[in-house]
Write a protein that binds this ligand. Structure first.
Ligand SMILES: NC(=O)c1ccc[n+]([C@@H]2O[C@H](COP(=O)([O-])OP(=O)(O)OC[C@H]3O[C@@H](n4cnc5c(N)ncnc54)[C@H](O)[C@@H]3O)[C@@H](O)[C@H]2O)c1
Length: 286
C-alpha cells in the first residue's frame, strides 16, 4: 500500500482546517468544493493556517508537508486522490446536500473506503439510511480549528462497520488526535450541549439582560469557558450555528434549540462571524 491520503469535501472553515492538519502531518490531501471562489483561495488559506499552526506549536515543524491538490467534483477527486485512504466530508450542514454527496462519493471511490462525515448535528444513521454501503459511514466531529484542538468526537452509528472504525483509529493516529467514541443522535454530545448554551447566551443579549462582552466575560471569568459562548459563535460561523440549531430543534423538539432571533438576524445581515469579518465582534477584512 502507498502513502495514506485523504480527500476532503468542503473548502469552508472546517475543510480548510482539516486539510491544514492533514498536510501539516505530512500526508497528501485532495480538497474538493463546488464553489470556485473557495477553491481559488484554498492554497493560500491552507498556507496561512499552517503558518498559524506552527506559531502556536500545534503542528510539528520537522519533516515535509503533504501535497495539497484541488478538485471540483467527486469524480475529479477520485481521479486525483486515486485510492484515498479516507474520504472526509465537511460540507454545509444540510442533510439533503450531504446525502446527495455521499451517494456521489460512494459511486466513484472504491467500495470499503471509509466515508467520514464531519457533521455537527445530523445523526450518522439518518445519513446512513439514504446512502449505499452504510457500514462505510462514520462520524468524526473535528473541532475548530482542526489543527489546534487535539480531542474530537467519533460517532459510531448503529450501521457503522468495524472496518470504518478501524480506519478512523488509523486516521486519528496519523493526525495525532485523541478520539472519544460516543453514541449517535442529534448533536451527539458536544453540539447538543454547546449549541444550546450559545443559543441561550444570544437570547440573554436579545432580552437586554447583559451585553455581548459581559456575557462572555461572565462565562470566562466565573465558569472557565475559554473563549466565551458568543466569541465561540463567531469562530464557528453563525450561519453554520443556526443550521445546526435547526437540525437539533427539528429532531428533538427542544425549545432551547430554536434559533434565537438575534442569531437569525445576524445571518440575514451577513454578519456570520470571523469568516465575514463581523459577527458579535469586529475582525476586519476576512
Ligand atoms: N464551523 C465549525 O466550527 C464546525 C465545527 C465542527 C463541525 N462543523 C461541521 O462541518 C461542516 C462544514 O462546516 P463549515 O463551518 O466548514 O461550513 P462552511 O459554510 O464554512 O463551508 C461549507 C463548504 O461546503 C461547500 N459545499 C457545499 N456543498 C458541497 C458539495 N456538494 N460538494 C463540495 N463542497 C460543497 C461550500 O461551497 C462551502 O465552501 C458542517 O457539517 C458543520 O456543521 C463545523
Amino acid at each position: 500500500m502507498g502513502t495514506p491520503s485523504a480527500a476532503v469535501f468542503g473548502a469552508g472553515v472546517m475543510g480548510i482546517g482539516i486539510a491544514t492538519l492533514v498536510v501539516g502531518r505530512g500526508l497528501p490531501v485532495t480538497l474538493v468544493d463546488v464553489d470556485q471562489a473557495r477553491l481559488d483561495k484554498a492554497s493560500e488559506r491552507v498556507r496561512d493556517e499552517l503558518r498559524l499552526a506552527y506559531m502556536m506549536g500545534s503542528l510539528p515543524r520537522s519533516g515535509p508537508t503533504g501535497e495539497l491538490r484541488i478538485a471540483h467534483s467527486a469524480a475529479a477527486a477520485a481521479e486525483s486522490a486515486e485510492e484515498a485512504t479516507w474520504v472526509i466530508e465537511a460540507i454545509t450542514e444540510d442533510a439533503e446536500l450531504k446525502a446527495e454527496l455521499h451517494k456521489e462519493i460512494a459511486a466513484v471511490f472504491a467500495p470499503g473506503t471509509p466515508r467520514i462525515t464531519n457533521t455537527s448535528s445530523i445523526p450518522v444513521d439518518e445519513l446512513a439510511g439514504q446512502v449505499p454501503s452504510p457500514a462505510d459511514l462514520v462520524g468524526v466531529h473535528f473541532m475548530n480549528p482542526a489543527y489546534l484542538i487535539g480531542t474530537l468526537e467519533v460517532v459510531r452509528g448503529p450501521r457503522t462497520g468495524e472496518r470504518a472504525m478501524s480506519a478512523v483509529r488509523d486516521l486519528l493516529s496519523a493526525l495525532g488526535r485523541k478520539g472519544i467514541v460516543v453514541g449517535d443522535g442529534p448533536g451527539f454530545v458536544t453540539s447538543r450541549v454547546l449549541h444550546r448554551m450559545i443559543n441561550d447566551a444570544a437570547n440573554v443579549v436579545e432580552e437586554g439582560r447583559a451585553t455581548v462582552e459581559d456575557v462572555d466575560a461572565l462565562m470566562e471569568g466565573c465558569l472557565g469557558h475559554p473563549t466565551g459562548p458568543l466569541r465561540t459563535a463567531d469562530l464557528i460561523g453563525i450561519d453554520n450555528l443556526v443550521d445546526s440549531l435547526e437540525v437539533l430543534y427539528e429532531r428533538t423538539g427542544d425549545e432551547g434549540c430554536r434559533p434565537s432571533e438575534l442569531l437569525r438576524r445576524k445571518v440575514a445581515e451577513g454578519d456570520h462571524g470571523r469568516k465575514t469579518g463581523r459577527g458579535f465582534y469586529e475582525y476586519g477584512a476576512p
